[in-house]
Design a protein around this ligand. Structure first.
Ligand code: SAM
Length: 376
């Protein structure tokens, strides 16, 4: 009988158009499951290998013949899914037993990016700045401790891509408020310059001079001429005054998010992508005052309610200044509990301002964006 390798060589490597999926499972090996699918990236047909290890999933895209390097014999169950049939190898005491299941109708294979949950940037992609920043190892693997950050920045880019894939622009200017170590800032630059081929001028602001210096050094190393970082307090310093297309902020602390949104409102910046962080202001100032008092009995509930109220007010204010706003679950809670993104696009239709002022009078809290943008 043919062994697994011979079948894979014939059915996958030599007839890739007929291949749908390979699943390796039931094992004592460290990698508990492997799923392989064909995928098209920039018109090139590759294989995406998904490995499940220590409750995490790792992806890499490889040339088709690299499938032969997998450790097939570590797995008791091997499923080769083809358009017209499934071939199943099951390990018994006397070796693998092969079974073929014919399909009633030939199945179409989906090679698209999104449906297969591939990120715009994947493990193994050559983004050298992300190696310097400590997200990827030198051989292109995601650093384990940075997996959540990798998820966050990739999702952030996906959401930007949803908006920008249909927009044609020659150049773009973006400000990042509270950029920190700037994983996101570098990835946004990479996305616009390397993937979208758009000239980008991106500026990151942070309070910490050491991280700002480091980011400028890395940008210089890779010739990222349109990427600059400055030590500035976004709450009080004068920031870039030229035309700006977009502001981004990822977990900019507390009211720094409000200053970012205020900056966008005052300068009529067309696009906002903002994931708020810790939100202390309302939690620290709100008093009992009416129908919602039950929410202030327990610290944890009060904190969560205050955070949601903060974001609801921010969204309300943005809408009243002409932004169409989506509130998006940014990443799964497991990858960050601060997982709400406020995405705004400036239009001409302003929504009338509702009862924020009444709420403030009743519950006596402070909210920075409200104060900064108050229409007297
Ligand atoms: C939680 S970190 C997030 C960093 C980065 N955006 C990320 O997601 O990896 C928040 C950053 O905001 C910066 N920050 C806080 N207040 C700021 C202010 N008023 N002006 C500029 N940066 C500020 C902090 O120094 C810190 O680096």
């Amino acid at each position: 009988m043919e062994n697994v390798i011979q079948v894979i060589k014939r059915e996958v490597v030599e007839h890739i158009d007929n291949f749908a999926k390979l699943i390796l499972s039931e094992t004592q090996a460290e990698i508990k499951k492997i799923i392989v699918r064909p995928i098209k990236i920039k018109d090139k047909l590759l294989l995406q290998i998904e490995k499940y290890k220590n409750n995490q999933v790792y992806h890499e895209n490889v040339e088709i013949d690299k499938i032969l390097d997998l450790q097939f014999f570590d797995y008791k169950q091997i499923l080769i899914e083809l358009k017209d049939k499934n071939i199943i190898f099951s390990k018994k005491s006397n070796g693998y037993k092969q079974k073929v299941q014919l399909k009633e109708a030939s199945q179409e294979i989906n090679l698209s990016h999104n449906k297969q949950k591939l990120y715009l940037i994947n493990e193994g992609d050559n983004v050298p700045a992300l190696v310097d920043l400590g997200i990827f190892t030198k051989d292109g693997k995601i650093v384990k401790a940075k997996y959540d950050k990798f998820k966050q920045i990739n999702r952030f880019i996906e959401i930007i891509d949803d908006v920008f894939k249909s927009i044609k622009k020659d150049k773009i200017t973006i400000l990042d408020f509270g950029c920190g170590k700037s994983y996101l800032t570098f990835l946004v630059y990479y996305y616009f310059v390397e993937i979208k081929k758009i000239k980008a001028n991106i500026i990151g602001y942070d309070l910490k001079s050491d991280v700002v210096d480091n980011c400028n050094d890395i940008a210089k190393t890779y010739g990222y001429k349109g990427l600059h970082f400055f030590v500035n307090d976004v709450k009080k310093d004068k920031l870039f005054e030229g035309d700006i297309d977009m502001i981004i902020s990822l977990h900019a602390c507390d009211t720094a998010t409000d200053y970012a949104l205020d900056y966008a409102i005052k300068r009529k910046i067309p696009y906002i992508f903002s994931v708020p962080c810790c939100q202390h202001e309302i939690n620290q100032t709100i008093k009992k005052g009416g129908d919602f008092d039950i929410l202030f009995e327990d610290g944890l509930i009060k904190e969560r309610f205050s955070a949601l109220l903060t974001d609801a007010i921010r969204v309300e204010i943005l809408r009243s200044y002409g932004y169409v706003v989506d509130v998006i679950e940014f990443v799964d809670f497991a990858h960050s509990p601060k997982n709400i993104m406020i995405r705004g696009k400036l239009t001409k239709s302003k929504k009338s301002f509702s009862n924020v002022e009444n709420l403030i009078k009743k519950y006596k809290f402070k909210q920075k964006l409200y104060e900064l943008t108050k229409k007297s």
